[in-house]
Design a protein around this ligand. Sequence first.
Ligand code: ARG
Ligand code: MN
Ligand code: MN
Length: 300
Amino acid sequence: MNENISIIGVPMDLGQCRRGVDMGPSAIRYAGVIERLEQLKYDIDDLGDISISRPDRKQREQKNKLRNLPQVAEANEELGKMVDEEIKKQRFPLILGGDHSIAIGSLAGISKHYENLGVIWYDAHGDLNSDKTSPSGNIHGMPLAANLGVGIERLTHILGYSPKIKPENVVIIGARCLDPGEKDYIRDLGIKVYTMHEIDLMGLPKVMAETIDYLEARTDGLHLSLDLDGLDPSEAPGVGTPVIGGLTYRESHLAMEMLAESNLLTSAEFVEVNPILDDKNKTASVAVGLIGSLFGEKLK
Ligand SMILES: NC(=[NH2+])NCCC[C@H](N)C(=O)O
Ligand SMILES: [Mn+2]
Ligand SMILES: [Mn+2]
C-alpha cells in the first residue's frame, strides 16, 4: 500500500436531515485516526476540513426533490479538486465524512486517474436513487447512482465528466434496505450485490474473497466507500439511517484485513458517523479500528 496518506475531512450534513453528522470528521480524529496510522509508519498529511456553505432559511423551507443541492454540489466540486491534487502527488486519499453524498466528490477526483476504477460500496443501502426515484429527496441516498451517470447533471457531472464508474466494476456489500427504484436499477444493470442474504448463506470470508478476485481481474484501482450503517446498529449506533441485521464488528474487521492483504486499495472513505446519535464516540472508534485493519494492523 502507498505509504503516504492524505486525510480530508468533509463535515457535510446537507445530504440528509439528521443534524450532527457534520461532526463526523472531528469525532474520527478525536478517536485517534492519525496516531493509529502513524504507529503503522505511514506518512500522514491531515489537510483539515473542507468548508461547507449553509443554506439560508428560505432555501431550507423550500420543498424540493433534491435537498440543499447547491451546497452539496459546490462542496463536492471542491472535494473532487482536492482529491485529484493528492493523487497527482501520489498520495492515498482517505476521506472522512460527513454524510454519504460526499462520495460524489471523492469519485470525481479519483476516477480521473483510472480507466476502470473498482468500487466496494459497504453499506446497508444501495444509494442508487435519482431525483426521480428518491423517496426522501436526500442526496446521501444518491451518490452511487450519480457516479454511474444517473440523475441530474449538477450531480453526475462534478468536475465536468460522467460517468465516473462502470456498473460492472461496482460491488455492493451488506445491503438490506433497497428502495423499489434501486432494486429495478440493480436488476437492469446487473450490478453485483451481496445482500445480507448472501452474506448469511456464504459467510463474509467467501464474499470478500469473491469480491477481491472479481475486482482484481477487471479494475486498475480500487476505492472503498464504507458507510458505518453497513455494520449492525448494536455495534455502530452513531448513524442517521440505522438498519437492523447488519454486518458485525468482527466480520467488518476481517473484510478490512482481507482488503489490506489484497494490496489493491488506492483510496477510501468512511462516512455517516454521527456523534450526536452515538454512544460515547463508539462508532467513531469502530471506524478508527477498521481503518487500522484496512492499513495493515496485525496482532502478530
Ligand atoms: N448513505 C445513506 N445512509 N443513505 C440512506 C438512504 C436512504 C434511502 N434509500 C433514501 O434514498 O433516502
Ligand atoms: Mn447507508
Ligand atoms: Mn450510504
